[in-house]
Structure formats: structure tokens, C-alpha cells
Design a binder for this molecule. Structure first.
Ligand code: ADP
Length: 404
């Protein structure tokens, strides 16, 4: 069975075609700047990268481009679209409605649409992707949706309710939802395998650190999420590439008043101009900040110190929530590659019994590895994330169940 995994954004459409017989990636790519000028499709297949600049005015046209890239020319990996058995879509916000992946039907699309106010940038784009896939592939190819929020749906009330008047939870469903759930789910499942506990996760306590452009940390007890750092939106938690993470809420009203900013201007400032970029003034990319820090840039050094400190606070807080910790996972761009941050975070966790093997830590770049010493009370792992394979596996499972 071949599954096409889709991540549709407002102006982009990322895809991966996966052969589920051996979970091999046959092709992957991205349509960029959909509906804007200078659109293009980048297609990686057969060991080569093909970039085509061409107007792409909407998501249906993007799917047509993907279809052509997969079936025609040098980058072709299948003879015909009929070889694709199902499509799996990433959806950011499943709210309290979707606690697991589901096959798409009209009620599911309506449900995703009803959550648009909670994810105004993402959910409408996902619906465009779902409808465009239907246009191009037809209704005989089942579509499945996999939600970023679903893994977090096991959180207890005390972790997900914010301490504003309760009526806002009732009126607007304002609560912590959490994001990156598909990534946390993948690395947690892999960690349980490494701990030899995948069949019996009861009693395990895991802290999963997804550190990328956007970052979140999740506390997992018995294989189920009990708390996570992102909240109503992916702005909450600790500092990220361009996002502030948590701060004293009065900072928001104070800056807005002083600078005369509207709510949406404030939203833009906190989401796009803050975090590592806002502090360093250099870049949102951790590699650039590292280079500036090495050259002595004090604000870049401060940005790194703040990041490491804030990660440590979350890990320590979640160790308290879990009443202990068996394993800490590092994943995503920074978590998988930035050895210095891992070392700084783990050094501050010796009270938990964390002992890092510095040589292993230095060697673990983008590869799965246990980086704690054999006598460490807490195992520390680098586990490269793979959200696409989770989406493809859920899609295959649901489609096979449907066929029974
Ligand atoms: P996204 O959240 O957009 O998926 P990533 O998970 O790729 O992003 O993380 C991007 C961050 O990871 C950037 O700050 C980047 O500097 C860092 N990063 C990615 N790859 C590497 C690498 N090979 N070495 C060091 N840092 C990396």
C-alpha cells in the first residue's frame, strides 16, 4: 500500500509518498508560494531534486503539480495515481472534538471547520488541502486526518484549564490543547520500545523535548500525556525561534498600551518578532545565533542562556508533575543536533539523577542514541522525530479497518 502524506499550509503543500510495505519514502517535496507570485514545486525522488518554477494559483493546482511530479518525467515514482491507496493529512487543531485520527467525511470536515477560530491560520488551509485532494484523486481514495492536538487529549483538567474566569472556557473553549502531538507520540513510542516497555507503559515517566523553530515539552505518564507546554495556540511554553513563549500576561497589555498596538499587532510581535530573534537581534535560527555567540555577541549569548534555562525549568517542573522521571527525549532540529544545549540542560538536572555521557552526546547528531551514562538514574535519548510515518501508519490502519 502506498500512502500520500500531506501537510497543507495557507501558501504551501508539503507531501511525502510512502510505500507502507517497507515504510520507504518514494518521493517527497513541497509546493511553495501557492496563490502568490514566484510559486514553485521542489520534488525529491530517485536520488535527485527537481525544482520547477511555475504559477500555482490554488491547492487544486498544487495537487495537479504533485500528481505530475509523481507520475511523469525523470522524477516519476509511480505509473499512475491509482497506485496511491490513501491520503493522510496533518491537521493542527482538533480541539476537544478529535481525540484520535479519523477517516474524512462531511461531518469531519465540518468539525475541522468549526475549529477555525482556534487555528485561523492552519485549519482553513487544511480544509483547502482536503478538498483539493478530493478534486484531484476522486472520492474513491480515502482521506484520513491526523491531529497535532490528539496525543495531548489525555491531559487532566487541572493541566488544561487557564485561570481566567471559567465562563471563557465554556463560551470560547479557551484551554490548553498542546501541539506537536504527532512528534511527541512518535518519539515517546520509540522511547518506550528502547526502555523495553512498549507493551506495558504503566508506571513509566517520560519527558519529551521537541526543540525546533517551534518547540514544546510534554510530560508523559503511563504512555499518556499529562501536561504540555504549548497552550491554546503554539505561542505558549518557552522561547522559540520567533515566539516569546510564556511571560507575565501584563507584559502584553503594557507593551500594547505603550506602543498603541492592536491585538493582532501584538499577536504578530509575540509570534514573529520575539523569542530567539527578538533577544539576539541576529536570527531565529539557532545555528546563526551559535555563530554570533561564538564571535562574542552578548545578546546571542543571552538568548542561548535563556533558552537552556527555560528548557531546564520545564523539565524540572514536569519531573515534579510526574513525581520522577525515567527518560528524557530530545528531538527536532535543535534537540537532535545542538549538543551544547543538551549538555547545558542535562548539567542542571543532576539532582534528578541525570548523568550525561559527554562523548556520546557530542556524537549524537541527527541519529538515535542513548546519551546518558549506564549509571544515570534517568535515561537520556536523542530520537529523530518522524511525524510523516505516524500519519502514514494511522492512515493505513484506518483504511484497512474500513475495508474489513
Ligand atoms: P521546524 O520547527 O520548522 O520543523 P526544525 O525542527 O527543523 O524546524 O528546527 C529548526 C531549528 O533547528 C533551527 O533553529 C536550526 O538552527 C536547528 N537545526 C536544524 N538542523 C540543524 C543541524 N543540522 N545542526 C544544528 N542545528 C540545526
Amino acid at each position: 500500500m502506498k500512502v500520500l502524506v500531506i501537510n497543507a499550509g495557507s501558501s504551501s503543500l508539503k507531501y511525502q509518498l510512502i510505500d507502507m510495505d517497507n515504510e520507504a519514502i518514494l518521493a517527497k517535496g513541497n509546493c511553495e508560494r501557492i496563490g502568490i507570485d514566484k510559486s514553485s514545486i521542489t520534488h525529491n525522488a530517485n536520488g535527485k531534486k527537481y525544482v520547477t518554477e511555475t504559477p500555482i494559483s490554488n491547492h487544486t493546482e498544487a495537487f495537479m503539480m504533485v500528481k505530475d511530479a509523481l507520475t511523469k518525467g525523470e522524477g516519476a515514482v509511480i505509473a499512475d495515481l491509482s497506485e496511491i491507496s490513501a491520503i493522510g493529512h496533518r491537521v493542527v487543531q482538533g480541539g476537544a472534538l478529535f481525540k484520535q485520527s479519523v477517516i474524512v467525511d462531511k461531518s469531519v470536515v465540518d468539525g475541522i471547520e468549526s475549529l477555525n477560530p482556534l487555528a485561523p491560520l492552519h485549519n482553513p488551509a487544511h480544509i483547502q488541502g482536503i478538498n483539493a485532494a478530493l478534486d484531484v484523486f476522486g472520492k474513491d481514495v480515502p482521506e484520513v486526518v491526523v491531529f497535532d492536538t490528539a496525543f495531548h487529549s489525555t491531559m487532566p483538567e487541572e493541566a488544561y484549564i487557564f485561570a481566567v474566569p471559567y465562563e471563557f472556557y465554556e463560551k470560547y473553549q479557551i484551554r490548553r490543547y498542546g501541539f506537536h502531538g504527532t512528534s511527541h507520540r512518535y518519539v515517546t513510542a520509540r522511547c518506550l520500545e528502547l526502555l523495553g516497555r512498549s507493551g506495558n507503559p504503566e508506571g513509566t515517566k517520560i519527558i519529551s523535548c521537541h526543540l525546533g523553530n517551534g518547540s514544546s515539552i510534554t510530560a508523559v505518564k503511563d504512555g499518556k500525556v499529562i501536561d504540555t507546554s504549548m497552550g491554546l495556540t503554539p505561542l505558549d511554553g518557552f522561547m522559540m525561534g520567533t515566539r516569546s513563549g510564556s511571560l507575565d500576561p501584563s507584559v502584553v497589555t503594557y507593551i500594547a498600551e505603550k506602543e498603541g498596538l492592536t491585538p493582532s499587532e501584538m499577536d504578530n510581535l509575540l509570534n514573529k518578532k520575539s523569542g530567539m530573534l527578538g533577544i539576539s537581534g541576529v536570527s531565529s535560527d539557532d545555528r546563526d545565533i551559535g555563530a554570533a555567540a561564538e564571535a562574542g555577541n552578548e545578546r546571542a549569548i543571552l538568548a542561548h542562556k535563556m533558552l537552556e534555562y527555560q528548557i531546564k525549568k520545564f523539565v524540572g517542573g514536569y519531573a515534579a508533575s510526574l513525581n520522577g522521571c525515567d527518560a528524557i527525549i530530545f528531538t527536532a532540529g535543535i534537540g537532535e543536533n545542538q549538543t551544547a544545549h543538551r549538555e547545558a540542560v542535562c548539567e542542571g538536572l543532576s539532582y534528578l539523577g541525570v548523568k550525561l555521557d559527554k562523548e556520546k552526546n557530542a556524537a549524537a547528531k541527527g541519529i538515535e542514541m542513548e546519551i546518558s551514562t549506564p549509571d544515570s538514574q534517568v535515561k537520556v535519548y536523542v530520537i529523530p522525530t518522524n511525524e510523516e510515518i505516524v500519519i502514514a501508519r494511522d492512515t493505513k490502519k484506518l483504511v484497512e479497518e474500513l475495508a474489513k
